[in-house]
Write a protein that binds this ligand. Structure first.
Ligand code: SF4
Ligand code: SF4
Length: 190
């Protein structure tokens, strides 16, 4: 799987259906529309976009991972599972794991992160991509992939780490760098 699969290619035959989670959960800062995170867009009426044909570019360009990844089960539609996953980029990342990453955003109760289908999706995403996965808890986000041991070995390599951990840390960092490079190239940042 390449990075383009997460940002450009939409899963054939998959639509949003009755879901309009992103019209509420996301921050929109577009010349045509500004709205804070967690506030339903003023254009959203009964789940339908009143300005759909002329919706802002930010809305046109955005699709959550459910729309990009056909291998995510139907139960992972955000309004069904209670979590929206999407790719994010930080221009001034606070963490080496937040240059480009997958963010999970609970639509309500963060207990949704613990359900079997969401846990399975997190495991599957972490196997398919080297992108870090963060889960949002209000304004705070928590890194869930790579796991703590591997994350520490990546950020703070130590001669005391086992050869296996060192090898996994080096491989992860190399693969992540390659994906970040490809994302930046596609986005015209490089
Ligand atoms: S959260 Fe995903 S599935 Fe739901 S409306 Fe937005 S893009 Fe469509
Ligand atoms: S303008 Fe339309 S698509 Fe964009 S957030 Fe509002 S309701 Fe959703």
């Amino acid at each position: 799987m390449g990075p383009l699969d997460l940002t450009h290619t939409l899963a054939p035959g998959r639509g949003c259906g009755d879901c309009y989670v992103c019209c509420e959960i996301t921050t929109i800062n577009d010349p045509a529309l500004q709205k804070p995170e967690g506030q339903l867009c003023v254009n959203c009426h009964g789940g339908l976009c009143a300005v759909y044909e002329h919706r802002p570019k930010t809305c046109r360009d955005f699709h959550c991972l459910y729309r990009h990844l056909g291998d995510l089960p139907e139960a992972m539609r955000p309004d069904r599972c209670g979590v929206m996953f999407s790719t994010r980029r930080e221009t001034n990342p606070e963490s080496p794991f937040s240059r480009i990453y997958i963010g999970g955003y609970a639509t309500g109760d963060t207990a949704a992160y613990e359900t079997p289908e969401v846990q399975a999706a997190i495991r599957w995403l972490s196997e398919q991509t080297p992108l870090p996965i963060w889960l949002a808890f209000g304004k705070v986000k928590r890194l869930v992939s790579p796991d703590r041991e591997l994350a520490e070995a990546i950020v703070q390599p130590s001669p005391h780490h086992s050869p296996d951990l060192k090898a996994r840390a080096a491989a992860w960092a190399k693969r992540y760098d390659r994906w970040v490079y490809m994302y930046d190239t596609v986005a015209g940042v490089r």
